[in-house]
Write a protein that binds this ligand. Structure first.
Ligand code: GLY
Ligand code: MN
Ligand code: MN
Length: 462
């Protein structure tokens, strides 16, 4: 947990942004996996963690923006709980750690919210994403489950996004503190990527590293020689000499701040000439994009810069053709780079995605492209010091997409389909780093994970 003062300060900042009504924050509950007593690993809600710090199931919190009152709702454990779970601190003690003096049993929430609604007080809540909390919110407010998202408070969403988007020095230190674990996960994966090894052996080993260091993975490990599938969670393939294995993995620190990196390893330890050609393009896109990061530049500009590097590189290889400025403007590059350059990262690996991607990544006055590829850009707005984001360009050869566009005759002035078809079976290359926007530029988090061809090959052949 951070200091008591930090949580008080964060709530005070929220109060400076909202002046009327009551905000209700529902923490997460223990959620059954296959029967009630066998629960998923508990993960607290990130906005609850940000303002209230308490990493325990079954809590809620309220802030009255008019009176300043702050309450934690939760139940003290009884002897039965102690027998199974061991001794637990009282809710009063827990609440005091984050500077809140008033606590109430969880079932008082009903009366508290009913009274507020009778008094016609504005009730602010964030969009719920878990079934349990949707039901609770429905029972407390009477709002149908299907309408909860649209009835969430835009004022609260915007205020929370504004605060959580700028990481303070404590959050930055927490993110940095787990980068050695990210380094170990990725270097272990690269060293393990040898012929005769199953993908699942590597995936299991690196998830184990996150656990062994007091964290968890920040999202299910993406690891496959079929790297063209962007979020490939199937780890059943046996690696053979000459395969290219894509590893997109991160860890979550004890305070739940994420890391998120992607590296690509040639099975057997040497990239082929064809693999080198594609890899070098993605590497240039990654490094040029990182170098362009500074306050004031829209991230969409950097996304398009990376897209242009990719298109130019593919043209040099004969896979694309024609005028690459036009190709990128029209979205032809998205055949090979069909996702955004990156996203905010913090308490969530895709930070605050539950609050709405457009609030987080676009903001007022900036609308999302509806063009295939660029439409998936999660972060487009002007960068500010304190933003933490990922830079993750990639090139993929997706057989179904290549065939579909070819059959449609799509972008035939920009794509050399005969050449693209030669790359079917190649897989994909993505190179991802985590970056802090500083006052005058950027800082890449962590000890550099081998990234150039020479660095990757050296590590794999140690
Ligand atoms: N880990 C998924 C992503 O890179 O966004
Ligand atoms: Mn990733
Ligand atoms: Mn990412």
């Amino acid at each position: 947990m951070f200091s008591t003062e930090l949580y008080i300060q964060r709530r005070n900042e929220l109060k400076k942004n909202i002046h009327t009504g009551i905000a209700l924050f529902l923490g997460n509950t223990d959620t059954p996996m296959n029967y009630p007593g066998n629960t998923y690993h508990f993960r607290q809600d990130s906005s609850f963690l940000y303002f209230f710090g308490l990493d325990l199931p079954g809590l809620a919190a309220a802030i009255d923006f008019e009176s300043g009152q702050e309450i934690i709702f939760g139940n003290d454990v009884d002897i039965d709980d102690i027998i199974w779970m061991g001794p637990q601190e009282s809710i009063r003690n827990e609440a005091s750690k984050v500077g809140i003096g008033e606590t109430m049993p969880y079932n008082s929430l009903n009366d508290f919210i009913s009274k507020a609604l009778q008094q016609k007080r504005m009730l602010h809540f964030l969009p719920p994403y878990r079934g349990e909390n949707k039901i609770t919110l429905n029972q407390l407010t009477g709002i149908p489950v299907a309408e909860l998202k649209s009835k969430a408070s835009v004022e609260l969403i915007k205020a929370v996004v504004k605060l959580r988007s700028i990481k303070d020095k404590y959050e930055i230190a927490e993110i940095e503190s787990f980068m050695d674990v990210a380094y170990l996960m990725h270097t272990t994966a690269m060293k393990m990527a040898k012929p005769g090894v199953y993908e699942r052996e590597i995936a299991g080993a690196i998830e184990g590293i996150a656990l062994a260091h007091g964290g968890v993975v920040s999202f299910p490990v993406i690891l496959s020689k079929r790297g063209e599938t962007l979020h490939n969670h199937n780890h059943g393939n046996l690696l053979k000499h000459g395969d290219l294995v894509l590893i997109d993995a991160g860890a979550e620190s004890p305070l739940h701040y994420a890391t998120d990196h992607t590296r690509v390893a040639p099975v057997g330890g040497k990239f082929s000439q064809q693999q080198k050609g594609i890899y070098e393009i993605v590497l240039k896109a990654n490094m040029d994009a990182i170098k362009a990061i500074r306050p004031g530049i829209p991230y969409k500009t950097i996304h398009l810069l990376a897209a242009k590097v990719i298109a130019d590189g593919l043209k040099d290889l004969g896979i694309m053709k024609g005028n690459m400025e036009e190709a990128v403007a029209m979205g032809a590059h998205a055949m090979f780079f069909p996702h955004g350059l990156g996203h905010m990262m913090g308490l969530d690996v895709h930070d605050m995605e539950d609050l709405g991607e457009n609030y987080v990544g676009y903001g007022d006055g900036l609308s999302r492209s509806d063009q295939f590829g660029t439409a998936y850009l999660r972060l487009a707005r002007e960068l500010q010091p304190g933003f933490v984001l990922t830079v993750e360009p990639g090139i993929y050869f997706i057989p179904e997409l290549i065939h579909q566009w070819k059959d449609e005759g799509k972008f035939k002035d920009f794509i050399n389909y005969e050449k693209a078809i030669e790359y079917i079976g190649f897989g994909g290359v993505r190179i991802e780093d985590d970056v802090l926007v500083t006052d005058d530029g950027y800082k890449v988090f962590g000890k550099p994970i081998p990234k150039t061809i020479a660095e990757v090959e050296e590590l794999m052949n140690l």
